[in-house]
Design a protein around this ligand. Sequence first.
Ligand code: SF4
Length: 320
Amino acid sequence: MKPGYYNRYSEHLVKKFGEKVYKLPVNLPGTCPNRDGRLGLGGCIFCDNQGSGFDCLPNTVSIREQLEENKVFFRKRFNAKKFIVYFQAFTNTYLELDRFKENIRQAVVVDDLVGLSISTRPDCINDRYLDFLSEIKESRDLDINIELGLQTVNYHTLVMINRGHTLAEFIDAVLRIKKRGFEICAHLILNLPWDDITDVIENAKLLSALGIEYVKLHSLYVVRGTALGDMYEKGEIEVIPLEDYVVRVAEFLENLDPDMVIQRLVGKGPRADLLFSNWGISWWLVKQRIEDYLVKNEIFQGKKFDYLNGKAVRSFLGTE
Ligand code: SF4
C-alpha cells in the first residue's frame, strides 16, 4: 500500500529516531486490580490468564535476561541498533512504588535505548509514579510512552466487559500523563458486541480531542474458559462479519486526527484455546482487507477530522 492512507508506526519511528527502532518486550509476574479482588475478580471478560503477555518470554526470566535475549535476537535478525523497552503484560504500574522504580531502573541500563513504553490501566496512573518517570525522562533523555487500555468510550459497554473503570478514569489518566509531557497510546477494540458504528466514531473523536499520540486497534478474540468464551459458546454474543469490521476500521480512521500514529491496525490473539480470532484468517490478511478497502473507497486517516475547535462558529471567522 502506498503511504498516505494512515500513519504507520514503523515510519513514524524512522522519522523520529533516524532509523528503525525495535521494541524489547518485558513480561513480569504481575497481576491486575481487576483480577486480584481489589476492584474485581476474573478480570475483563476477554482476558485470559496471561494478561496480553502471550508473545513474550516466560515471566520467570529476570528483566535483564529478557532484555538481553530479545536484544540479541533483534540484532541478529534485523541488525537492530535502537530499542524501546516495552513493559507489556498485565498492569505494570500496579505494584509497590519501590518495586516499580526497581523494574524501571533495571530496564534503563540497556545500551542503545531510546524509549520506554509502559502498559497499564487508566485507574493505575498515580502522580507519584509519574513523578518518578519524569526524573527518569530527564536524567536519561528517554521518550516515555504510557499505554492505556480503554477498549471503548462507551461506558455502558465498559460495564458489560467488566473493565472495572469507566471513561472518566481514562480521561483523568490522560490529563495527568499529558501534564508531564509523556506520550500516550490507547488500546481499542472496534467490534465489541455491544458497540455500533456510532461508538466507533466517538472512539476516534475522543482520542483526537484529548490529543492522544498513538492508537492500537485489536479485533475481539475469544478464548475458551473466559467469561466471554462462555457467552460465545452459549450463543449469547455474536461477532460482526469481517466485511462490517473493515468498514468500522475505515470509519474510525476517517474520523481520527491525521497526526495520530497507528501503532497497530490488527492484533493477534493468543495461540491456545482460541474460540474466535480474526475470522479464522491470519492477521495480515485482515490488514490487507482493510488496506484494500481504504484504497478502493479513497478513504484516508483524517478525511472527516473537522469537528474540533468550535466547528459551528467557524463560518463567522471567514478565512483568516
Ligand atoms: S486490565 Fe488487562 S490484565 Fe487486567 S483483566 Fe483487563 S485485560 Fe486482563
